[in-house]
Design a protein around this ligand. Structure first.
Ligand SMILES: Nc1ncnc2c1ncn2[C@@H]1O[C@H](COP(=O)(O)OP(=O)(O)OP(=O)(O)O)[C@@H](O)[C@H]1O
Ligand SMILES: [Mg+2]
Length: 319
């Protein structure tokens, strides 16, 4: 039924189990122990999968955002998605969705405070998993992104990855720690850790690009088709079984890179859903990441910025 309702359109489905409202405050100087006059403040819906859906929507591809929301803070996220026109279905859980506070000092040094988020009861998780499994019939890509709230077992991404695999839906997994480690074993199509996440996953430091590329290749060897390790303003490396690439983003005026990785995952998912090849996906993802880096606070890049940056992305195939 889901497939018929969507007339064959293949949707990017995102799952955000631990969303947030991001509050960004701009101050001249951050001094611990003192009262600050805030120059400006913003409130944005946040959460990694939510960001992926918002960016996919901006890039013009149908998307559905799933996850948990709680209380009045959760309603801020619901309304913001509604205003942006991003279709979403969030299962209510008790308590309040967390508020993440980011203080931006002077020209752009960000200090963030992330709460744990409300716990998700077993019944809420069962109904969310049921919904996602149902909508997988309309899906092309399932994006599993971000941390887990308490009450959710660490193998949830692994279970959803297997369910998607059974229906021929590609899984992009963007997580950290145990949920990433267990999810990886279930064979997602793509993972996109940043360097710190890749270091935690492999249990060793990755001091330079040679080590980062070797790490990406090693992770491909664990059964993931595409591994991208992102390096912030330095770009990313990408490895598949037989090929590897070094991706150089355009030089942009960096305001805040919060959400750049999510924007990159969205660009990759949109390119795949359009039927484009990986290199075009890397370019679109990199342009979306750079567009987000040049946007203030937790704001994502605009479609116009992504289009303007796309021709400036450089991708080198490596031997
Ligand atoms: N300062 C920057 N200038 C240009 N491009 C950038 C910049 N920062 C990030 N990007 C682009 O975005 C991609 C992802 O960024 P990054 O490595 O910071 O992801 P991340 O740590 O997963 O971010 P998050 O999880 O907060 O969304 C990079 O590979 C790069 O292409
Ligand atoms: Mg990230």
């Amino acid at each position: 039924m889901a497939r018929r309702l969507l007339c064959g359109v293949t949707v990017i489905i995102s799952v955000t189990l631990n969303p947030a409202v991001d509050q960004t405050a701009w101050v001249d100087r951050l001094e611990p122990g003192s009262v600050h006059r805030v120059r400006e403040t913003h409130i944005d819906p946040a959460g990694k999968g939510i960001n992926v859906s918002r960016m996919a929507h901006r890039l013009g591809w149908p998307t559905l955002a799933f996850g948990f929301l709680a209380g009045d803070v959760g309603n801020i996220v619901r309304k913001a998605l509604e205003q942006e026109g991003v279709p979403a279905h969030f299962v209510p859980v008790p308590g309040q969705t967390r508020i993440n506070v980011t203080v931006v000092e002077g020209p752009g040094t960000a200090t963030s405070f992330y709460g744990p988020g409300p716990a998700a009861p077993a019944e809420a998780l069962a109904s969310l998993e049921g919904l996602v499994r149902f909508w997988l019939q309309a899906g092309r890509v399932l994006v599993l992104a971000g941390s887990l709230p308490s009450g959710v077992p660490p193998d949830v991404y692994a279970r959803l990855t297997r369910a998607a695999g059974e229906r021929g839906v590609k899984v992009f997994l963007d997580a950290d720690g145990e949920p990433l480690r267990l999810g990886l074993a279930a064979g997602p199509s793509l993972i996109k850790p940043n360097v710190a996440e890749a270091e935690r996953l492999l249990g060793r430091s990755l001091p330079d690009e040679v080590a980062i590329l070797a790490a990406a290749r090693e992770l491909v060897g664990r059964g993931v088709e595409t591994v991208i390790i992102s390096m912030g303003g330095r770009g990313a490396v990408c490895a598949q079984a037989a090929r590897a690439w070094r991706i150089h983003p355009p030089d942009v005026k960096r305001l805040s890179t919060v959400g750049s990785g999510d924007a990159m995952v969205a660009g990759l998912a949109v390119a795949l859903a359009r039927g484009e090849d990986l290199v075009r996906g890397l370019a679109l993802g990199t342009a979306a990441g750079a567009a987000t880096a040049m946007s203030e606070g937790t704001a994502l890049g605009t479609a116009d910025d992504v289009a303007a940056l796309l021709p400036r992305v450089r991708i080198e195939q490596m031997s």
